[in-house]
Design a protein around this ligand. Structure first.
Ligand SMILES: [Zn+2]
Length: 342
């Protein structure tokens, strides 16, 4: 089969096409003939490498995928050859206390396809039956492959970590990113007033289309001043941040008393500079979030299947153009998801 492989970290030029044997499903697994692979910023981290972290090279990147079940391993029940499925991107030991509690992302053996083991940028992948997300008849493979990781990430941030409810003011940074596209819709669905930021008027307008009530162009407007104006100096209840860097210190200053900022990434830098006095006087919380539990995955997938939450796809490329996909993501040149067709 064809597969994209990263054998050494570096720029997009390290992405190589290789021939690999078609994988055989183990007990409890199925093999999926992939039709689409959704790209995430995680793909870029895996390609570039992360200081202090060792990835199992060579690796096939790609956390999200959708396709047709092609072969069943022993004990693979409740699924048939020919079923159309998307893939839940996380897996875990299945029997520790965190797994038993449905908090698989806290399992010490938690892993993600395309990061911990081979992923979806290939013709085939084998995954446990527990990772299958059935696709409804009207859903296409590109949309299915665009949804799981970002909607799970955003759901865990907005619902589990921050407990967003009707009437809350929620600031979601960087509307054009996959996680933000999902977070805007989820917070809106829950009845919050969503304020979003983006780096161009065009992206701001797209954020409003997704359900944000107010959009701020952070290149021409000071988001902190805008938030103060919009909330009568009160501040927002929740900030969804995956930008990090200087942005997060300002996000903390945008919070109302009792507010929470939740972070799932640090594309602008990993260091946090914040005034502790603000944090204790205003009873603030800084929350970390990565992925989410399998139950949450099914819950948010149900909303995607019902059309209440919609993956936004900014670019569809053939698998052969994976390097261009990485460039689009790194340059923030698309609004929403980049999906590879396999
Ligand atoms: Zn476990």
């Amino acid at each position: 089969m064809r597969a994209v492989e990263i054998a050494a970290h570096g720029g997009p030029e390290v992405l190589r096409f290789v021939e690999r044997p078609v994988p055989e499903p183990k007990a409890g697994e199925v093999r999926i003939a992939l039709r689409a692979a959704g790209m995430n910023h995680l793909d870029c981290w895996v390609r570039r490498g992360v200081e202090g972290h060792r990835f199992p090279l060579p690796i096939v990147p790609g956390c999200d995928g959708a396709g047709v079940v092609d072969a069943l391993g022993a004990e693979a029940t409740g699924v048939a050859v020919g079923d159309r499925v998307a893939i839940a991107p996380g897996f875990s030991c299945g029997h520790c206390r965190h797994c038993a509690a449905g908090e698989q992302q806290l399992c010490r053996h938690y892993g993600i396809f395309g990061e911990t083991c081979d992923g979806t940028d290939a013709d085939f992948i084998c995954v446990p039956v527990a990772n299958l997300l059935p696709m409804p008849a009207g859903m296409d493979f590109v949309a299915a492959a665009a949804a799981p990781l970002v909607f799970l990430t955003a759901w865990h941030m907005v619902v589990a970590r921050c407990g967003v409810k009707a009437g809350d003011d929620v600031l979601v940074h960087a509307a054009g990113s996959g996680v933000s596209m999902a977070a805007i819709q989820i917070a809106r669905m829950l009845g919050a007033r969503v304020i979003t930021t983006a780096g161009s008027d065009d992206k701001v307008a797209r954020g409003l289309e997704l359900g944000a009530e107010v959009g701020i162009n952070y290149k021409t407007q000071d988001f902190l001043a805008e938030i103060r104006g919009l909330t009568g100096k009160r501040g927002v209840d929740v900030v969804v941040d995956h930008v990090g860097g200087e942005n997060i210190g300002r996000s903390i200053r945008a919070l109302a008393k009792g507010g929470r900022v939740v972070t799932c990434g640090a594309t602008a830098g990993p260091e946090l500079q914040a005034d502790l006095r603000l944090i204790f006087f205003k009873n603030l919380a800084i929350l970390g979030s990565t992925m989410g539990g399998l139950g949450e995955m099914h819950e948010v997938w149900g909303h995607v299947c019902a059309g209440r939450l919609k993956p936004v796809v900014g670019a569809v490329l053939p698998l052969a153009e994976v390097a261009r996909g990485h460039e689009l993501l790194e340059n923030r040149a698309v609004f929403g998801k980049v999906v590879l067709e396999t």
